[in-house]
Design a protein around this ligand. Structure first.
Ligand code: GSH
Length: 210
């Protein structure tokens, strides 16, 4: 049984979306980040970094959204959202998941919380630098998808596309967004056409970037 600690639109989104898409029974516990519900002693005991999400699997806590996405895709191999161990596409899948988690997600963290790395006095410069980094990654991903898409692994979706679309969504209030890249926009349209996307939006009460 899965229990997801989430906040609407946060890094929990990819996990929640996959739970719905893969039809995995789950419970949800909503956290109010503004009210610092992710910094209570009870939550820190589950997630020592005090970040969202945490996934309880049969009561045992797991951290890191990308790792959860891989695990959930593996829980329903018949859905085909992760290439099997030993298959030709497995390495490609792992490469993209790690790339997204290591190279695209961190500058988004810097963009949302610019004073964390740059300090209060340099927050604007930190944010601008993070945005440049995000666009450099978007440009590379767009070139890859234009040549080898429409999905990261070619002609079928994988958990990595769920992760990428979540991260693309976070650019929605930037002057230039992920949807300004044609192949990224095509991927978003394909992924948003999944019934699970509408169900996710209804469940989290999301409206922006529908
Ligand atoms: N690497 C972590 C990052 C999680 C993360 O940064 N979550 C943000 C929300 S998107 C958060 O909890 N922010 C509140 C805070 O750090 O105080 C993961 O992917 O699970």
């Amino acid at each position: 049984m899965y229990t997801l600690y989430y906040a609407p639109g946060a890094a929990s989104l990819v996990v929640h979306w996959l739970l719905i898409d893969l039809d995995l029974p789950h419970a949800l516990i909503k956290l109010d980040i503004a009210a610092r519900e992710h910094k209570t002693p009870e939550y820190l005991a589950l997630n020592p970094a005090g970040v969202v999400p945490t996934l309880l699997i049969d009561g045992k806590p797991m951290c890191e959204a990308a790792a959860m996405a891989v695990l959930l895709a593996e829980a329903r191999p018949e859905a085909g959202l992760i290439p099997p161990v030993g298959s030709a596409k497995r390495g490609e899948f792992l490469q993209w998941m790690f790339h997204l988690a290591n190279t695209l997600q961190p500058p988004f963290r810097l963009w949302w919380y610019p004073s964390e790395a740059a300090g209060e006095d340099h927050a604007d410069a930190g944010k601008a630098a993070a945005e440049l980094r995000i666009h450099a990654v978007f440009a590379n991903l767009d070139a890859h998808l234009a040549k080898n898409g429409p999905y990261l692994l070619g002609d079928r979706a994988s958990a990595a596309d769920f992760m990428l679309v979540m991260l693309m969504r976070w650019s929605r209030n930037m002057p230039k967004t992920a949807l300004d890249y044609p192949a990224l926009a095509r991927l978003a349209a394909l992924m948003k056409s999944r019934p699970s996307w509408q169900a996710l939006y209804a469940s989290e009460g999301l409206t922006e970037w529908a």
